[in-house]
Design a protein around this ligand. Structure first.
Ligand code: PFF
Length: 448
């Protein structure tokens, strides 16, 4: 596709919806609560919120700036911008590692998307009704123990992703995001309401917001920063790719605030929905990736209208996962389409099948390959840790350093509609606070 023909978002709203669709996903509802549970609660939450504000916000804007100027896939955009500005050609590495990160993440993301599909079906067939915590836990461990079942649902999820991406990024999804995102927020509020009726809401609130600072160590801070990158879809070229479809009229700062607020509200609501159920049923706080797949079916099995609410919840979760998954595949597809002679459909199929194959290794970590460890991690955990804790922060660091130090300061100020003190603040945050923050977290996690 030539630069001139490069598509544009049909409107500002469309862009906000697509960016929010990418950000809000399994990271908010599945991953955030279990990481809070594993990492000791409020201390993690507060470090996470600081990372979102001081690191996530500037990096999100940096990625959009680069994408909008480059008007191409992340790899070409970085290569072109570096060349135009007379900077090291090596900056292209930021684009490459972004595209690679999206590819690696989607492989395990799709496995969890598959769980969500399976639970959607399970809600319809009454698989969870009338079961106690042990019964619900057995459904989950039964699923993990069956490679065939996991493969079936991972495949179904990837087929959906490939089908949608092959049709092109601007086709059709925005309308769905516009309706379904508010529906998701309302349903989360209903679940928080249920959490209040368990009588353990206060305990959950304290767990999430009353910190035990003694629990903070390098590992917790690194996990919180990784989660901030993951949840905002940063460091993967995705926001750069989306920025490349962006017209000049969009206000990046206010759009970033909107996306971040929505993303954070949904994650916090997920925590407030889940922890009361954990406390009420004496479940393990650190039960890991299974946390929502055990707690929420338990709640749905015990509340009036639980079957229909359960169905709606898992449908919406699947939908949120799909809109994020699409954005994970998009940069790689965009790159292949623009660099090779492959058609969009062929490029999507090629990338999608690669992701699907890697996903098979990830899903086997829960059963046949459970004992196969690399650096002490099974393949699923390795993909997750390698991307969230290393690849995404490093790529995001590269993006913010490039945007803040290599793009012309005046042009960026105009583009962000900033002047005076606000512009200086942007420069301080983007040039120093965000990059040094990322580096400090790395160093801190290495020493302890
Ligand atoms: N941000 C999405 C979530 O929180 O589920 C997932 C995601 C999408 C992660 C895109 C990474 C990404 F590049």
């Amino acid at each position: 596709m030539s630069k001139l023909a490069h598509a544009q978002w049909s409107s500002k709203m469309t862009f906000v919806l697509a960016a929010a669709g990418s950000a809000v996903g399994l990271g908010n509802i599945w991953k955030f609560p279990y990481m809070v549970g594993e990492s000791g609660g409020a201390a993690f939450v507060l470090v996470y919120l600081v990372c979102i504000g001081l690191i996530g916000l500037p990096i999100l804007i940096a990625e959009w700036l680069i994408g909008r100027r480059g008007q191409e896939n992340p790899i070409n955009a970085m290569a072109d911008l570096a060349k135009r500005g007379g900077h090291f050609p090596a900056w292209v590495a930021v684009g490459i590692s972004g595209v690679l990160g999206g590819f690696l993440i989607l492989s395990f993301y799709s496995v969890i998307g598959g769980w969500s599909l399976y639970y959607t079906l399970g809600s319809v067939t009454g698989n969870f009704s009338g079961k106690d915590a042990d019964g619900i836990g057995a459904v989950f461990t039964g699923m993990l123990g069956s490679p065939g079942l996991l493969l079936l649902w991972h495949t179904a999820f990837m087929v959906l992703v490939i089908g949608i991406v092959a049709r092109g990024v601007t086709n059709g999804l925005e309308g769905a995001v516009r309706t379904l995102m508010p529906a998701l927020v309302i349903l989360m509020l209903v679940l928080v309401g249920y959490g209040i009726t368990t009588g353990h809401f206060g305990e959950a609130l304290a767990f999430m917001f009353s910190p035990d600072w003694g629990a903070v160590n390098g590992e917790v801070v690194l996990a919180a920063m990784g989660q901030a990158f993951f949840t905002l879809s940063l460091g993967m070229g995705i926001m750069m790719a989306y920025g490349s479809y962006l017209g000049e009229d969009v206000n990046l700062l206010s759009t970033a605030r909107t996306v971040i607020l929505l993303d954070t509200v949904i994650a916090v609501l997920a925590g407030l929905a889940i922890f009361p159920i954990v406390f009420a049923n004496g479940l393990d706080l650190d039960s890991g990736p299974g946390l929502i797949f055990v707690t929420l079916p338990l709640a749905f099995g015990n509340m009036a209208g639980g079957t229909i609410l359960g169905l709606m919840f898992f449908l919406l979760l699947t939908f949120a996962a799909l809109t994020s998954a699409i954005s994970l595949l998009e940069p790689a597809v965009e790159f292949m389409e623009e660099r090779t002679s492959l058609s969009r459909v062929a490029a999507t199929a090629t990338c999608g099948i690669g992701v699907w194959l890697l996903g098979i290794l990830a899903l086997l970590s829960f059963n046949l390959l459970g004992d196969f460890l690399i650096l002490g991690f099974n393949i699923f955990d390795l993909l997750d840790n390698l991307t969230s804790k290393i690849l995404l922060p490093l790529t995001g660091l590269g993006a913010v350093v490039f945007a803040a130090w290599c793009l012309d300061r005046q042009g960026v100020a105009q583009e962000l509609r900033l002047s005076g003190g606000a512009e200086s603040l942007w420069v301080v945050v983007a040039r120093y606070i965000a990059p040094l923050g990322v580096i400090a977290v790395f160093v801190n996690s290495l020493v302890g």
